[in-house]
Design a protein around this ligand. Structure first.
Ligand SMILES: [Zn+2]
Length: 276
């Protein structure tokens, strides 16, 4: 808490002097639940749930700051081909596959002509019993038909680093196949549940045919190469922390991303100079 308070103070200071406005690249954002007044969000999900009004405020903020909202495909292409061109982009992603992504967030995004990428837990599809309601096959098909894109978030969201080797293989291969059968397209992106991964997990994921994997981290991304394609950072949006979320989008926390880079590189066992 002390660290967060301190970080917020530094971020606000940087923002006041306009330093946060200088970032260029693609900022991947990670949302979870987007709720409406009538929704009851379980306490366990509140840290990652925001009201739709706050979500709309983010979308207007992108517009006001001249940030382009781009699809996952476009983001990856730009980053692979080194075509940032001094611009600022945001790529919106959602984790876990909650039904409110489809009912609340997606219509707003569609109205504005924005795309989004949804990381789905294939084993949760259509499930209403886990204190949450998850999108089913029909919703996922509709998202894709309307321009949304899909990635895997494993089968049942286990912490992969504490699973047996064979179980990790099953989690990543089964979810890939299930989702591909639904959308009839290749699933090549993966978001690690709770952002937990290590070198063995990355090797399994690579062998399963995934090409881009996402962690939770700070900062924006300027390029994607063989060194970081399995540890691409996304800024996670927190529930009940409006000021933090806004400053993060503005780039107020990018100064602290050296820490997440170091952590990511350590886990992947690569040198810092090679990372993103
Ligand atoms: Zn998750």
């Amino acid at each position: 808490m002390g660290l967060l308070k301190h970080s917020l103070r530094v971020a606000k200071l940087l923002n006041r002097f306009g330093i946060t406005q200088s970032w260029k690249g693609v900022r991947f954002l990670c949302y979870h639940n987007i709720f409406e007044d009538t929704d009851v969000i379980p306490n366990s999900l509140k840290p990652y749930s925001i009201h739709k009004n706050e979500f709309c405020e983010h979308l207007y903020l992108f517009k006001r700051l001249g940030i382009n909202v781009i699809s996952m495909d476009k983001a990856l292409n730009i980053l692979k081909q080194n075509e940032i061109n001094n611009e600022r982009h945001v790529c919106i992603t959602f984790d876990d596959g909650y039904m409110n992504n489809f009912i609340v967030a997606w219509p707003i995004l569609k109205k504005l002509g924005f795309g989004a990428h949804f990381f789905i837990c294939s084993g949760f599809m259509g499930n209403n019993s886990n204190a949450s309601t998850y999108m089913g096959v029909n919703e996922i098909k509709s998202l894709v038909a309307e321009g949304g894109t899909i990635g895997s978030h494993s089968q049942n969201h286990p912490i992969l680093t504490s699973q047996k080797y064979e179980d990790v293989v099953t989690q990543v291969t089964t979810s890939k196949k299930m989702l591909e059968d639904i959308i009839k397209e290749d699933i090549d992106s993966f978001a690690y549940p709770n952002s937990q991964y290590n070198k063995t997990i990355i090797d399994i994921i690579r062998s399963a045919g995934y090409r881009y994997c996402f962690i939770i981290g700070l900062g924006c991304v300027k390029k994607i190469s063989a060194y970081n394609q399995y540890i691409i950072p996304r800024n996670v949006i927190h529930g009940g922390r409006k000021a933090v979320n806004t400053l993060m989008i503005r780039g107020g926390y990018d100064w602290a991303c050296f820490y997440s880079k170091a952590q990511a590189a350590y886990k992947k066992n690569i040198s810092l100079s090679d990372s993103y």
